[in-house]
Design a binder for this molecule. Structure first.
Ligand SMILES: [Zn+2]
Ligand SMILES: [Zn+2]
Length: 186
């Protein structure tokens, strides 16, 4: 069994959070981590109790939806609300932070920003991160799916390969397929 890396684990968490987003324009998730522990999470959505873009449509001014609080802000505000220090923490975001979030992250003492998708990466945000000595790293989210039928799939594939082997002489191609299947399910 292969172990999921910390980067993939926290980035997956941010992608899960993004699935809670209520804004129809873009779904973003953010996870704040300290000492490999999740201390807060957020997604872009309305203020608590407010109407949702997904119900009422976005409130767009100057090509921006002004109804939502960004995922990074929501995660930071959760820390403020519950009194959790963010100094020296790291954040995993699905999308490169906007300029406002960039400034908030720096000011909150976030030391590393991991992001999965480039999104209108603002040159000034990049410059500010550099100035503030905040490490910015791109993390590709690998295809991690929750597999609950792995054993059944493995049995099916090998049954199929065995049948093939019996119906025709074992050739190189078949041996290669068997090898690949074994590697896939190991
Ligand atoms: Zn919206
Ligand atoms: Zn933002």
């Amino acid at each position: 069994m292969s172990r999921i890396s910390w980067n993939q684990y926290f980035m997956s968490q941010s992608h899960l959070l993004a699935m809670r987003s209520t804004c129809t324009r873009l779904a973003v998730g953010a996870t704040i981590v300290r000492d490999k522990r999740i201390i807060a999470g957020g997604y872009n959505g309305s203020i608590a109790g407010g109407v949702h873009c997904s119900d009422e449509g976005c409130y767009v001014i100057d090509n921006h939806c002004v109804r939502t609080i960004h995922a990074e802000m929501n995660a930071l505000l959760q820390c403020a609300k519950f009194g959790v220090p963010t100094d020296g923490a790291e954040i995993y975001v699905t999308h490169f932070p906007c300029l406002q979030c960039c400034k908030a992250l720096i000011q909150a003492g976030i030391k590393t920003v991991y992001y999965a998708v480039d999104y209108k990466n603002h040159p000034y945000a990049i410059e500010l991160f550099q100035q503030a000595n905040v490490k910015v790293e791109h993390v590709n989210l690998e295809n991690t799916t929750f597999e609950n039928k792995n054993k059944e799939k493995e049995a099916f594939v090998f049954e199929l390969l065995d049948k093939l082997e019996k119906s025709q002489k074992s050739d190189e191609e078949l041996q290669r397929l068997k090898k690949e299947a074994k590697a896939l399910f190991s």
